[in-house]
Design a protein around this ligand. Sequence first.
Ligand SMILES: C[S@@+](CC[C@H](N)C(=O)[O-])C[C@H]1O[C@@H](n2cnc3c(N)ncnc32)[C@H](O)[C@@H]1O
Length: 248
Amino acid sequence: MFRGLSGKRPVTEAQIKMQDGLIYWHSGEHCCNPRWENAYQGFEQPVEEKRKFRERFFRMGFDSLERSLNIVDLFCGRGNGLAVLQEMGFQNLSGVDLSPALLAKAPDRARRIVADCRDLRFEPQSVDVFVVQGGLHHLPELPTNLSLVLDQVAQSLVPGGLFCAVEPWDTPFLRAVHAVSFWKPARRLLPKFDAFATMVEEERDTYYSWLSSGSLIRAEVAKRFDVTLEQVAWGKWMFVGSKSIPRQ
Ligand SMILES: C[S@@+](CC[C@H](N)C(=O)[O-])C[C@H]1O[C@@H](n2cnc3c(N)ncnc32)[C@H](O)[C@@H]1O
């Protein structure tokens, strides 16, 4: 079992500029598109979303991790992933998102950091585990932005630290979901399909760019992390890897 090494504080006092319980590394003011945020919040009720996250954390092996590990949830949105980790007993949690409005809903026992994930300021080798779920596909420029995020993740991780990701993936199932969701009668009848289609409309450029870049994404990840789990199913890619230790 990976036990972590850090004991180091991932965020120093000098980096903490607090307002209303949030730490600001970025103003966050231009990040939020209200139509997308409304759709995201209507897509799944918090109870459903937490059930999904709990099942994913279990599949990624979080139940066997030390509860004292330093875990950072990137692109954490309204923080239901953090809430589940907290319920599982993890005590040292941080969430990063560009949207102060969403972050304000995340559990306040976690450090809640308003930041652009392309400009992270964690101390080197201070984080045991990074998680990202449904965030990387918002990056506007591939592969440069992905490379930026992954470099910073790798620098902030302790040796052997874990990088865990769940992102949309181009599969026949996802194509079928797109076809149904964009069908007008389905959108009118089922709010979930409408919310999904609205999110895709609002993030169209980055979403489709992500979906068409599978091999490039895998190559960027493989440069920095040794894979321990990789699965593609039901329109999702799940990855768990540990920080590669350079050979002497
Ligand atoms: C689809 S949501 C996912 C939220 C959460 N991980 C979940 O699964 O519910 C994507 C989130 O990424 C945030 N985001 C987009 N670009 C970002 C960036 N460059 N840095 C930080 N957060 C960003 C958005 O504000 C949004 O909350």
